[in-house]
Design a protein around this ligand. Structure first.
Ligand code: DAH
Length: 314
């Protein structure tokens, strides 16, 4: 209301200002100055009135009030498990059903567990193949879940003396100083498996794989091995799995999914297990690749990208 009145006053003043033409020239300056003063006074009052009106429109905010009191609570989507975590659980469930126990790796470990205990001799070029990061204190963000093999063996070796076996899987997050592209990430997941008993052979391991892939993919898949090299297994193999058309393959493709082999005697010795009495096999491979084939994804970087539209599809 007050603002309206002030605006009327301003109009009237403008009309009065128009009279400037009718007064003698020598009086015009003084007249103009006087009129401008009055005009500024009215403009100031209008501004003050407008600001006061604006303040009056703001509801006081009670910052101690419970949620939803001051304003309605917006509808939030509930967070959900990351697809890799869901798949990792599924992988572990399958191995547990076969009788494996689960251990978790450390994300930061040392030279002994990452390399020495796994029969990498000092200065061996295979160490470079793991593109390891190092902290300034000399710790290693593990570049493979095999870094837990020695702990798995030492923790459970008394089972062997009682006539039992060591059967452990180790799912975990690993880190490599890699150039990132659609099939390589600096951070990814692996699952390791370790089995030691008085008798163990590669045929049993292939049986485990056959069962695992059949359960995980819900269909029987062909598998094959090719020779590989890892300092901690002898002999060493790479395991390939058929990529069928039903999972986005072209019908003749194979996917290299993991490394495996018979545990090297030096690895057993490093854990205080007599390689003359006990044998074992081990394997380890990336979970990301396994999941990519299951859902026919073509870019591993999506997993760590935080892209909500991707994550919400799961
Ligand atoms: N740690 C190996 C890698 O990341 C994979 C691997 C190979 C694990 C052979 C094993 C094994 O346990 O026996 O490349």
């Amino acid at each position: 209301m007050e603002i309206e009145k002030l605006k009327e006053e301003l109009k009237a003043l403008n009309k009065e200002y128009a009279k400037i033409k009718t007064i003698p020239v020598e009086e015009r300056k003084a007249f103009g100055v006087e009129m401008n003063k009055k005009k500024q006074a009215i403009l100031d009052k209008i501004k003050a009135a407008e600001e006061a009106a604006e303040d009056a429109n703001v509801e006081p905010l009670d910052i101690t009030a419970p949620a939803g009191f001051n304003a309605p609570i917006p509808e939030f989507k509930q967070g959900s498990k990351h697809p890799l975590m869901t798949e990792l659980d599924h992988v572990v469930d399958i191995y547990q059903a076969m009788g494996f126990n689960v251990m978790e790796p450390r994300q930061l470990d040392d030279e002994f567990h990452m390399f020495d205990s796994l029969n990498f001799s000092k200065g061996h070029p295979a160490r470079d193949g793991y593109d390891t990061f190092r902290t300034s204190e000399g710790f290693i963000p593990i570049a493979h879940t095999s870094a837990m093999q020695n702990r798995a063996l030492t923790t459970y070796k008394d089972r062997l003396e009682k006539g039992g076996q060591i059967a452990i899987v180790i799912p975990g997050r690993v880190f490599r100083n890699e150039d990132v592209d659609p099939t390589h990430e600096h951070t990814f997941y692996q699952c390791e498996g370790v089995y030691v008993a008085e008798k163990a052979n590669m045929g049993e391991l292939l049986g485990i794989f056959k069962n695992f892939f059949e359960t995980y993919y819900g269909q029987s898949l062909k598998i094959k091995t090719q020779p590989g090299y890892f300092p901690f297994t002898e002999p060493s193999f790479e395991l390939l799995v058929e990529k069928p058309k039903s999972l986005g393959g072209k019908g003749d493709g194979w996917l290299e999914l993991l490394g495996c082999g018979m545990i090297h005697p030096n690895v057993l010795k490093a854990a205080g297990i007599d390689p003359e009495k006990y044998k074992g096999f081990a394997w380890g491979g990336g979970i990301d690749r396994l999941v990519m084939m299951k859902y026919m994804l073509n870019d591993v970087r999506y997993f760590e990208s935080g892209k909500l539209d991707f994550l919400e599809e799961f």
